[in-house]
Design a protein around this ligand. Structure first.
Ligand code: PHE
Length: 465
């Protein structure tokens, strides 16, 4: 196995290179965090779970659970400077516990591979929709026509397969180029472009005449309608959107320069990610209501409702194209984060070149992606447990694997690692450190366990006295 070199000051260095600056790291993590999760998934899950109350629980999960987990991942990553599996094994031993912690890293690598297998298929949809928009497919189209366009597209397995192949190709291409030349170059351009485009769209949605109903849907909370299943979905979404609980952030943390503040960088990323999800909701829900559409429409929400809305606005072709370009960019930078742990592991474990590792991992994920491709056509009628095969992969990864691995990662950082190690990484034992330690030791683990056990029905209903 390849091991990281040690630099002059005795600190480990990553053999994959380092981010050139603090800003590059923030952009990379933001690029990974902001993706289909914010723009495609958040609105449709919030829509399916009734809006307001779900959104509030999601926000609580982001700040009380997601952020401490993110800080734990970055600090572990930077201390180990290897791929998540090797880092967990190394620190496990170094901190006087056991190298079996590598299984937590492996769980994360596996989660990333599984998530990317379906993420890439949806990323392929966004690519296809760029072309559909440019060619004016949606101009003046009726609701039935836009709906029919989406179902005829998703019912064609080879079209989905083709787009999935393209999207995987784009991902492998950037990852193969490495940290500084690939990942960093990509995010430097994409993240700022994304923000600019979102604000342009917000301007449009404010003028749609239904901005108030969109805001009301997102923020008026009816907690009575909230089930534990929705709370688990909100927690899963918090993990998914922040890219935490699978080693992606740990892998990126391994390339973080010594002097960068982990707390500051995490706060910037969490705020940017949450801001963009809320922004996406504010763009999408008013358009949904302005067109008499259903917020609980499911995975097709963005792909059906928005083209319809765009088709009826002046300059619609332009805005629709802009929107799907934005979504493709967002998905692309996130896919990089999903694949990075597995690629870094492959490079170190099998002593492969980065390019070889990217192609090997990419091919495995490409094959797995067919489970999702067929879930929308050939086997769409085969449903069990949570729905189609795609629904089950999504449930298993977002609602089970991410929280479970996030739980173990935080327990490792806050209970297994000694105080000196963590406070050294988090820049001293100030207030920020104490807040992190409290959240990571008690709040996050208890909350994750509680919500999870409640949702799967292991904990009984409390009889309110
Ligand atoms: N956070 C990304 C999104 O919101 C998805 C993702 C999850 C990326 C985990 C990397 C790791 O779309």
């Amino acid at each position: 196995m390849l091991t990281p070199e040690t630099s002059d000051n005795g600190k480990r260095k990553s053999l994959h290179g380092h981010w050139s600056s603090r800003m590059a790291f923030i952009l990379a993590v933001t690029g990974s965090a902001v993706g289909l999760g914010n723009i495609w998934k958040f609105p449709y899950i919030a829509g399916q779970n009734g809006g307001g109350a779900f959104v509030l629980v999601y926000l609580l999960c982001v700040f009380l659970i997601g952020m401490p987990v993110m800080m734990s991942e970055i600090l572990i990553g930077r201390r180990g400077r290897r791929n998540p599996v090797a880092t967990m094994a190394l620190l496990g031993k170094e901190e006087g516990s056991s190298s079996h912690w590598k299984w937590v890293g492996s769980l994360g690598v596996l989660a990333g591979v599984l998530i990317l297998s379906y993420y890439s298929v949806i990323g392929g949809w966004t690519l296809a929709y760029v072309f559909k928009s440019v060619s004016g497919t949606f101009t003046g189209a009726s609701a039935t026509a836009v709906g029919a366009e989406f179902s005829s597209f998703t019912s064609s397995w080879w079209k989905l397969a083709l787009c999935h192949t393209f999207f995987m190709g784009l991902t492998v291409f950037v990852v193969a180029r490495g940290v500084e030349r690939g990942l960093e170059k990509a995010v430097r351009f994409m993240v700022p472009a994304l923000l600019l485009l979102m604000f342009t769209l917000l301007g449009y949605s404010i003028n749609s005449g239904h901005f108030g109903s969109g805001v009301a849907f997102m923020f008026s909370a009816d907690f009575d309608a909230l089930t534990w299943d929705s709370v688990l979905a909100a927690m899963g979404q918090a993990f998914f959107t922040l890219s935490v609980g699978m080693g992606a952030i740990m892998a990126y943390g391994a390339y973080l320069p010594e002097e960068t503040s982990i707390t500051g960088a995490s706060a910037a990323v969490v705020i940017a990610d949450t801001g963009i999800a809320i922004l996406a909701g504010l763009v999408i829900f008013p358009l949904v209501f302005a067109n008499g559409l259903d917020p609980a429409d499911g995975p097709g929400l963005v792909f059906v409702t928005l083209p319809l809305a765009f088709g009826h606005m002046t300059g619609g072709t332009f805005f629709a194209t802009l929107f799907f370009v934005l979504l493709t960019f967002a998905a692309w930078t996130s896919a990089l984060g999903l694949v990075e742990p597995a690629v870094a592991w492959c490079v170190e474990h099998f002593k492969r070149s980065r390019a070889e590792a990217a192609v090997i991992v990419g091919s495995v994920i490409w094959v797995l992606g067919f489970a999702t491709v067929f879930s929308f056509n050939a086997i769409s009628g085969v449903t069990f447990f949570r729905g189609t095969l795609f629904d089950n992969i999504d449930y298993l990864t977002s609602n089970v694997m991410l929280p479970l691995s996030g739980l173990l990662i935080t327990i490792f950082a806050a209970w297994v690692m000694c105080r000196n190690s963590t406070s050294e990484e988090l820049g001293g034992a100030g207030t920020g450190y104490r807040v992190w330690r409290f959240l990571a030791r008690f709040v996050a683990p208890v909350a994750i366990l509680f919500v999870f056990l409640k949702a799967i029905g292991v904990l009984p209903e409390m009889s309110g006295g």
